[in-house]
Design a protein around this ligand. Structure first.
Ligand code: GLN
Length: 551
């Protein structure tokens, strides 16, 4: 059993998740099998109920777990199979312990943080170290020194003690800030952070130092000497324009070699060729494509993390750079739509909950439909696409979802699961992977090139099949449904260049080397629209203009 533990110090948001995922990526490139785990010290049982503004995206795994967005990075950078077992919070750990305590499992003993919480944590870590796995990478959320992360640190310390030095590597991600007034990089925060870690009994083996510029030899030596870390294990993680460059940056500094040496693992030479080829497309796009996202959490881009990445992957598939124009749904009205959406090549309405912004989305969608602009609706974006159609094309003006109009007479979307008496953990939420049968000859079938696919869900409201008739009679096509025909999964509009909505979240399954087919096709259609929308001169002018802007 080989473990790599990734902790963070100085400040949060240093990219521990990406650092861990990049190490996983490099190990995979050497033929090893890795799995990844996120340990979150907060008390929520899972991030499912947290606001997107607070926590960013909720990432959904195949088994329907609502997890931290770092699991999205893990899946995009590696092929590790993730489930509920790969994301723990203090809340979930305590939930288990308290249930055991009530059942009397502790036989009258006093239940304590040490050993009961730490044992539970170790058990969760060991559980995913199955025989098929070469290396387990565990990332601990938060920053060293946080009160709530103490049991996690202690559990890791014990793991090293119990499994031995050859089986556990500690990677610590810190910040080496550039202080403009002094004109130099400062190592003190890193020193303090390592001191804090050592006070907890953990000596880091590798330091990943986030910096704006490179680390000079002197700085590396200084950090190495004060923190007691080998000089070559002081890694510079420079700011980069794309997170996908990080595995290569780490490879240049031999991070994988150091890890393998410390863990005493023999592995094949690394093969980063496919990854580098992808980076080459990223660096030298042949053109731009502009996608307008009409959503409600647009000021906080982390809430659409996977979506943003999927659009980028879709662009990469055509060697295009996807530029995203974030549009606050509430700002769109019948009058403003043409102005707000004039300069986009494709329009996307993503997932979301609650009433705010729905009218704006409906107007944006109508604009896309009437002006034959490629449209992609995801979850809420599919629901609004269908509502708009039933209202403005089928002429049922008061059509709505009971989420927004509980008393709606023409309820096109409603809580089918509640009606059927299905109460489950997600509170009637349909979660995780579900099969979807595709209708031959549809856009969806063409995109996937398969008859049946599996996609991930996270929603409550379902299309009401009583509205099949008006929808189909007026030309919309139901191109995907569950094999039992209970749930409608995909709708599309023949005769429009590309107009498709899906009830699931394809963005959770897109990877830079395996872009999701629906995003690939949406970008293809959007780029085609861009070429028809702009003359050759305008295209050149726009290219020039976009080049000068840093996104
Ligand atoms: N609010 C909608 C529902 O619950 C859509 C959810 C989503 O977009 N993820 O069905």
């Amino acid at each position: 059993m080989k473990f790599i533990f990734v902790t963070g110090g100085v400040v949060s948001s240093l990219g521990k998740g990406i650092a861990g995922a990049s190490i996983g990526n490099l190990l995979e490139s050497r033929g090893l099998t890795v799995t990844m785990q996120k340990m979150d010290p907060y008390l929520n049982v899972d991030p499912g109920t947290m606001s997107p503004f607070q926590h960013g995206e909720v990432f959904v795994t195949d088994d329907g777990s609502e997890t931290d967005l770092d699991l999205g990075h893990y899946e995009r950078f590696t092929h590790s199979k993730l489930s509920q077992a790969n994301n723990w919070t203090s809340g979930r750990i305590y939930e288990r312990i308290l249930a055991k305590e009530r059942r009397g499992d502790y036989l009258g003993k006093t239940v304590q943080v040490i050993p009961h919480v730490t044992n539970e944590l170790k058990e969760a870590m060991l559980k995913i170290a199955t025989p098929d796995i070469d290396v387990v990478i565990v990332e601990v959320g938060g920053t060293v020194g946080d009160i709530e992360s103490l049991p996690f640190m202690e559990a890791m310390r014990q793991m090293r003690h119990e499994l031995g030095r050859d089986n556990v590597v500690f990677v610590h991600v810190t910040l080496v800030p550039y202080i403009a007034a002094a004109g130099e990089l400062k190592t003190k925060p890193t020193q303090h952070s390592v001191k804090e870690l050592r006070a907890l009994g953990i000596q880091p083996d590798i330091l990943v130092c986030r910096t704006e510029t490179d680390l000079s030899r002197e700085i590396r030596e200084k950090i190495s000497s004060f923190c007691d870390v080998r000089k070559e294990a002081v890694i510079a993680a420079r700011d980069v324009d794309s997170v996908y460059r990080i595995p290569v940056n780490f490879a240049d500094q031999k991070v994988d070699e150091i890890v393998l040496e410390l863990l005493k693992i023999e592995a094949k030479p690394r093969n980063l060729e496919p990854w580098k080829e992808m980076l080459d497309r990223l660096t030298h796009p042949k053109d731009d494509v502009v996608i307008g996202i009409v959503g409600k959490y647009v000021d906080y881009e982390d809430s659409y993390k996977s979506l943003k990445e999927s659009l980028l992957h879709g662009g990469l598939a055509h060697t295009l750079r996807t530029r995203i124009k974030w549009i606050e749904a509430e700002s769109i009205t019948r009058e403003s739509a043409s102005r707000e959406l004039a300069d986009v090549d494709g329009i996307l309405v993503p997932g979301g909950f609650g009433n705010r912004g729905i009218d704006g989305m409906l107007e944006g969608i109508r604009y896309a439909r009437e002006n034959k602009i490629p449209y992609f609706g995801i979850c809420l974006g599919m629901q609004t696409m269908v509502i708009e159609y039933i209202r403005n094309v089928c002429g049922i003006q008061d059509a709505h979802s009971t989420e927004f109009e509980p008393a709606a007479e023409n309820r096109v979307f409603f809580k089918l699961r509640e009606l059927k008496g299905i109460e489950d953990l997600g509170g009637t939420m349909r979660l995780g992977s579900w099969p979807c049968k595709l209708q031959p000859g549809s856009l969806a079938h063409e995109a996937y090139g398969q008859d049946e696919v599996h996609e991930r869900h996270r929603h409550r409201f379902e299309f009401n099949r009583e509205f099949d008739r008006p929808l189909l009679d007026h030309g919309m096509r139901i191109s995907g449904e569950t094999p039992d025909a209970m749930y409608v999964e995909i709708c599309e509009l023949p005769g429009h260049p590309w107009y498709l909505g899906c009830q699931f979240h394809p963005e959770f399954k897109s990877r830079p080397l395996e872009p999701h087919p629906l995003f690939v096709e949406f970008i293809r259609a959007s780029y085609k629209y861009r070429q028809s929308r702009l003359s050759e001169d305008q295209l050149n002018e726009e290219r020039q203009f976009l080049r000068t802007r840093v996104q």
